[in-house]
Design a protein around this ligand. Structure first.
Ligand SMILES: *Cc1c(COP(=O)(O)O)cnc(C)c1O
Length: 372
């Protein structure tokens, strides 16, 4: 927490409006629109929920294909699989670990409907070529920007470059409210339908604005909106978003300086952030030389009292991915980095203990061995 969360939650309670779309939710929507330039933002209960809304808005039908990376969280794929789509998994770039835009065109078939990109670690995908391919093949672009609030690509905020973008406010992300997310609509085109889908398929919001005289069932939908308690907590975090991002960037930079000497002697590879991508320090990860060395590193860190974790099990080789999806090509980079990546702790309270983490990691890297 950054200070104001509990007082805004108390205010939401005192307002007597605990369900969704009250004054705190409206202020969160305003903040998101002001800070991203989206035509419209909608708070949701999670990024997963926002992705499910995006899949409905994309008119995904059974058998449609959605192109996406395999190196991502399950929700990227699940949201489309729930509509009957086939996720088509494409390999990632070696530098940013984002979908390799040079491999997208080969994955396109007559059934392709959308490209769902993921901005891994808050570092942007190569959006210009991706948007160019999408427009040439008439595909929708959905950005899973779960990790990417406050990040930009060539100065443009992530989540607003594609037709739809989704954010996460899960407690493991940068700006948090426990469980929460948002859907961003770049243009007005999809806004009215998004509002209906989010309100259980009813025109309730239009009714409350006196734009229709009956409130009724008009489309498919679900209950995607969070309560005002959640929105109040989130609003306090949004007020500190700039400061949170700066503090995270400073921790990230200290990790990056520390890891340089290890990289020079071949013990690890550090994250690579292209010049034109401003990231948000969502994550600091290391790529160790092998699966065995990663296991030894994690074990040694655990013994030193520092919890470090790895992810993701590639979706294309997971049980559900094999049954619902299809891999396009060999995905050799994905398989390789999934074995070697380890995440170091990164949260605001870490600032005081960072030297201890470096010391533990220096020792753990000796234990896990070097490339030479
Ligand atoms: C965290 C995350 C999600 C899911 O976010 P929730 O808000 O927990 O649903 C989806 N995609 C990516 C890439 C994520 O990192």
């Amino acid at each position: 927490m950054t200070g104001n969360e509990l007082s805004l939650v108390a205010q939401a309670h005192a307002n007597g409006h605990l369900s969704g779309d009250g004054p705190h939710t409206r202020l969160c929507h305003q903040w998101l629109e002001d800070n991203t330039g989206a035509a419209k933002a909608f708070l949701t209960q999670s990024c997963t929920a926002a992705l499910e809304m995006a899949a409905i808005l994309a008119d995904i039908e059974p058998g449609d294909e959605v192109i996406m990376p395999s190196f991502t969280f399950v929700s990227t794929a699940n949201a489309f699989v729930l509509r009957g789509a086939v996720p088509v998994f494409v390999d990632v770039r070696e530098d940013t670990l984002n979908i390799d835009e040079r491999l997208i065109e080969a994955a396109i078939t007559s059934k392709s409907k959308a490209i769902c990109v993921v901005h891994y670690a808050g570092v942007s995908c190569e959006m210009d070529p991706i948007l160019e391919i999408a427009s040439r093949y008439n595909l929708l672009v959905i950005e899973d920007a779960a990790q990417a609030i406050m990040s930009t690509y060539k100065g443009r905020p992530l989540g607003t470059l594609g037709d739809l973008g989704t954010l996460s406010f899960h407690e493991t992300k940068n700006i948090i409210c426990g469980e929460g997310g948002a859907l961003l609509c770049r243009e007005d085109r999809l806004v009215e339908r998004a509002e209906i889908i989010r309100e259980k398929g009813t025109n309730r919001s239009l009714f409350f604005r006196d734009q229709v005289d009956k409130y009724t069932w008009v489309d498919v939908g679900s209950s995607f909106l969070p309560s005002e308690i959640t929105a109040a907590f989130l609003l306090a975090q949004m007020g500190e978003a700039e400061a949170i991002t700066q503090r995270r960037l400073s921790i990230w930079a200290r990790y990056h300086d520390w890891a340089e000497a290890h990289e020079r002697v071949g013990r690890l590879r550090r994250p690579i952030v292209p010049e034109h991508c401003q990231h948000n320090a969502h994550m600091y990860y290391l790529l160790l030389p092998s699966l065995e060395q990663r296991a030894r590193f994690i074990d040694a860190m655990k013994k030193a009292g520092v919890g470090v974790v790895f992810h993701y099990v590639p979706l294309h080789s997971s049980p559900a991915g094999l049954s619902f999806g299809r891999a396009c090509g060999e995905l050799t980079v994905t398989a390789n980095i999934a074995d070697r990546l380890v995440r170091l702790p990164l949260w605001l309270g870490l600032e005081m203990q960072l030297e201890d983490v470096f010391l533990a990691a220096d020792n753990a890297l000796d234990v896990s061995g070097t490339l030479e």
